[in-house]
Design a protein around this ligand. Structure first.
Ligand SMILES: [Zn+2]
Ligand SMILES: [Zn+2]
Length: 343
């Protein structure tokens, strides 16, 4: 089978390779992939920063956002059956460590991900531990199944801390997950949703996803606009997706005193911070990583099944896996929101 892989430990270094599907071990399942999402993390693997150069075993089939049909299972697997329509949770968890035993499997100490630590979903088949499979309704579309993983981050971020119901929510950075978070905040009863994003295509999409106000942080003083839009209070909840140093400072500035700051992106550089600002603002900071297993998946599925959230505006490019390299180009050009690859 054709698989899209990191083939060389350099910037770029991504191409197609020929792979054989691997028969599942006792606790594994073989999944026939029907759709896979191209993620910012895949773009990071293209860019090849030091922390990924240390982590990704080359060659490695990329992709951690996938959905498909269970084609075969190992002898000890009981949570899925052959033929099930499944999505993949991308965080492998051991089920035994302190974090797993205290309802935090999403930050398991043994955490590993397909497409990063071992072969992923940019192929016709993938073999994974059955423990990371979520069973969708039989008729749930594969394109949506493939983005349950990033969608779940938006759902997780919206439900954490004070939640969003009745509150003003500012979403800083509207990549695909930020945009999905706009729709989730709307669906969960936010009073007002403000989206901050420099890319015009993404700002338009944020409006289509239900934002009340969009701000271009390069043209406008984003904290000022948010404070003005909240009767001088600042936002109750600020969710940070930009990963930018300036963005992070803006987030704290636009937050109301004692508000909720939820960090989804990781700044790529060391951040210097003046804690006298902190003493004044007293934010509660939530570090959002992945999805709570499986409570976030339950909520995420409900939102889609009941059609409270429409993710179609995100699915800008649904294309054959064989054109996967083009999908990277579209993302680099800022033209694609969330390319979906169909093997
Ligand atoms: Zn991802
Ligand atoms: Zn664990």
């Amino acid at each position: 089978m054709l698989a899209l892989a990191k083939i060389a430990p350099v910037t770029g270094g991504i191409d197609f390779v020929e792979r054989e599907p691997r028969q599942p071990g006792p606790d594994e399942a073989l999944i026939e992939i029907r759709a896979a999402g191209l993620c910012g993390s895949d773009i990071q693997i293209w860019k090849w920063p030091p922390h990924l150069a240390k982590r990704v075993p080359v060659p490695c089939v990329l992709g951690h956002e996938g959905a498909g049909r269970v084609a075969a299972i190992g002898e000890r697997v009981a949570n899925v059956r052959v033929g099930d329509n499944v999505s993949l949770e991308s965080h492998l968890f051991c089920g035994k460590c302190y974090q797993c035993l205290t309802d935090r499997a999403h930050i398991c100490v043994e955490k590993a991900s397909p497409g990063v630590d071992f072969d992923g979903v940019f192929a016709s088949y993938v073999t994974v531990p059955a423990s990371i499979l979520w069973v969708n309704d039989p008729d749930f579309p594969a394109e949506l199944g493939a983005i349950m993983e990033p969608f779940g981050i938006g759902v997780h971020a919206a439900l954490e801390g004070t939640g969003v119901c009745g509150l003003t929510v500012a979403i800083n950075g509207c990549g695909p997950i930020g945009m999905m978070n706009v729709a989730v905040a709307r669906a969960l009863g936010a009073l007002k949703v403000i989206a901050i994003e420099p890319n015009p295509l993404r700002r338009d999409t944020a409006l289509r996803m239900g934002a009340d106000l969009v701000i271009d942080p390069l043209e406008d003083d984003a904290p000022r606009r948010v404070i003005d839009a909240t009767r001088g209070r600042g936002a109750d909840v600020v969710i940070e997706y930009s990963g930018q140093l300036a963005g992070l400072h803006n987030c704290i500035e636009m937050l109301t005193i004692g508000g909720d700051l939820r960090l989804c992106a990781t700044p790529t550089r060391t951040v210097e911070y003046d804690f006298t600002v902190w003493k004044k603002k007293r934010p509660t900071i939530h570090n959002i990583n992945g999805r709570r297993i499986w409570s976030t998946w339950v909520r995420a599925s409900d939102l889609l099944r009941e059609e409270r959230v429409d993710l179609k505006p995100i699915l800008s490019h649904v294309m054959p896996l064989s054109e996967g390299l083009k999908a990277f180009d579209y993302v680099f050009a800022g033209e694609a929101l969330k390319p979906i690859l169909i093997p």
